[in-house]
Write a protein that binds this ligand. Structure first.
Ligand SMILES: NC(=O)c1ccc[n+]([C@@H]2O[C@H](COP(=O)([O-])OP(=O)(O)OC[C@H]3O[C@@H](n4cnc5c(N)ncnc54)[C@H](OP(=O)(O)O)[C@@H]3O)[C@@H](O)[C@H]2O)c1
Length: 436
């Protein structure tokens, strides 16, 4: 970040008297003026002309579109509320795989440039990566909660340039102080799944730390990023948690605190769940018509119970049918399902979405430092192996998160595997021990 610019000094001037004064006096004067300006202009101005390393895509497609470059323009602080962060670690989510292929492009483009005023009417080169753990290097003039040198973590909104880069900017409202007890690679596994889970469980399902002690919650797809975080959060809040996952993930989710586990690979999952008591909330991380149908049937009828799915058709619809028609179709689908379920059995049907929320991450940070939430890192890749990390996530069967070490800092996780993923048994063992 610190810029060092050549400054022309007046000590050079005597040399020029050996030459024709008329030829040299004008350029020398200009150079002196230029040098004076250089010393007065703030360093942020020059970072516009500085470059950083980043993984970018220049078009949508498969893994081949990922390209690493040392010549990506460094971000600068454009708003008084922004902070510039040096990225130490990032992580991948299923959204990164989808966005690489163009998912959500229509709506995200609108969010980036609502009035279509950007001269360069393209999102490329696009930097993916929705989680960051790093260090603040510069603050806008109105930033009050952060200072250069602070260690922070954040979930990067999908309409902003991502964390697979050396630097990024976010507003201070999107950022939070990183838990002291976590390394950067551990911390980077949490923010996006945490803000998504909090948005779904708090805003859509109405749960919080004070009202969970008598609640029964079912989490489908409990072994992935959102599931492993949600289990721990709900147990910290005192809820009874049932999880669906594959049989080989039972140890993981039980280690994180799940009370009941249903193996969806061992026969009819709906029939197995019907044998259990009804639920107050279902958090659906799997989606699909079938899951939606039986999950709604598992809610306590006429009790205000809530079904919240994270797998909504909104972005697919706007990509396929355009903005107006896609939004219209999605709105109709949501309202008709919500009305039908409310009138027929007195349960709420809702879509959950990620929402940027720095203050919510502050609460997560406190829970992490209190030992109530653990990161669940399945694999950690170095920055040079971002395409391999994408391949890993694309294979599915996540057991927690896939992390990327971006900064040069040595970390126990990256030391452990040195360029190859830490597979099952890495952080899981620690999670199991801590919760058993
Ligand atoms: N709307 C939003 O803003 C938002 C935000 C975040 C995530 N999401 C979505 O929410 C979903 C979950 O996200 P995530 O990050 O947790 O994904 P993830 O890390 O890929 O985890 C998905 C988990 O579900 C398991 N699974 C797959 N099929 C299953 C089934 N039929 N029953 C039970 N478990 C099953 C997978 O393991 P196995 O295949 O081995 O069983 C995996 O562990 C994804 O679809 C994601 O796109 C939406």
């Amino acid at each position: 970040m610190n810029q060092h610019y050549p400054v022309f000094t007046f000590s050079c001037l005597p040399l020029f008297f050996h030459f024709n004064i008329e030829v040299f006096v004008l350029p020398v004067s200009l150079l002196c003026v230029y040098a004076s300006i250089l010393t007065l202009v703030p360093s942020t101005f020059f970072s516009r002309f500085s470059f950083m390393s980043a993984w970018v895509i220049d078009q949508y497609g498969t893994n081949e579109v990922l390209r690493v470059s040392d010549e990506i323009m460094m971000p600068t602080i454009n708003l008084a509320s922004e902070v510039l962060i040096k990225v130490e670690a990032a992580s991948l989510n299923p959204l990164d795989i989808s966005m690489r292929g163009g998912y959500g492009a229509t709506l995200l483009k609108l969010r980036r440039d609502p009035m279509s005023v950007m001269q360069n009417d393209t999102e490329f080169p696009l930097i993916l990566g929705r989680d960051v753990s790093g260090v603040v290097v510069e603050c806008g003039s109105q930033v009050t909660h952060f200072a250069p040198g602070d260690e922070v973590w954040a979930a990067v909104p999908p309409w902003k340039q991502g964390s697979l880069a050396e630097y990024l900017t976010l507003t201070e409202y999107e950022v939070s102080h990183k838990p002291k007890s976590l390394s950067h690679t551990e911390a980077a596994s949490v923010p996006y799944v945490a803000t998504t889970a909090l948005s779904a469980l708090v805003n859509a399902a109405g749960l919080c730390s004070d009202n969970c002690s008598d609640k029964r919650v079912l989490i489908t797809g409990g072994s992935g990023g959102v599931g492993t975080f949600s289990i721990q959060l709900l147990k910290a809040w005192g809820a009874h948690v049932t999880v669906t996952c594959a049989g080989n993930a039972e140890g993981l989710v039980r280690g994180l605190g799940a009370d009941e586990v249903v193996d969806y690979t061992a026969g009819d999952v709906a029939a197995q769940l019907e044998a259990t008591e009804k639920y107050d909330v279902v958090l659906d991380n799997v989606g699909g018509v079938d899951t939606e149908r039986w999950a709604l049937g598992l809610l306590r009828p006429w009790s205000g119970a809530k079904y919240v799915t994270l797998v909504s058709p909104l972005l697919h619809s706007t990509d396929a049918a355009g903005l107006v028609e896609g939004l219209g179709r999605s709105g109709c689908s949501l309202h008709s399902k919500a009305l039908q379920n409310l009138l027929s059995r007195g349960v709420f049907y809702r879509w959950g979405f990620y929402a940027p929320d720095g203050p919510a991450l502050d609460e997560v940070s406190a829970l992490v430092d209190a030992g109530k939430l653990l990161p669940v890192v399945q694999a950690c890749f170095p920055f040079s192996q971002v395409p391999q990390a994408f391949q890993r996530v694309e294979q599915g069967h996540a057991r927690g998160k896939t992390v990327i070490s971006v900064g040069g800092q040595r970390d126990p996780l990256s030391e452990q595997e040195e360029g190859c993923p830490v597979e099952d048994g890495g952080r899981h063992a620690r999670a199991q021990t801590a919760h058993s």
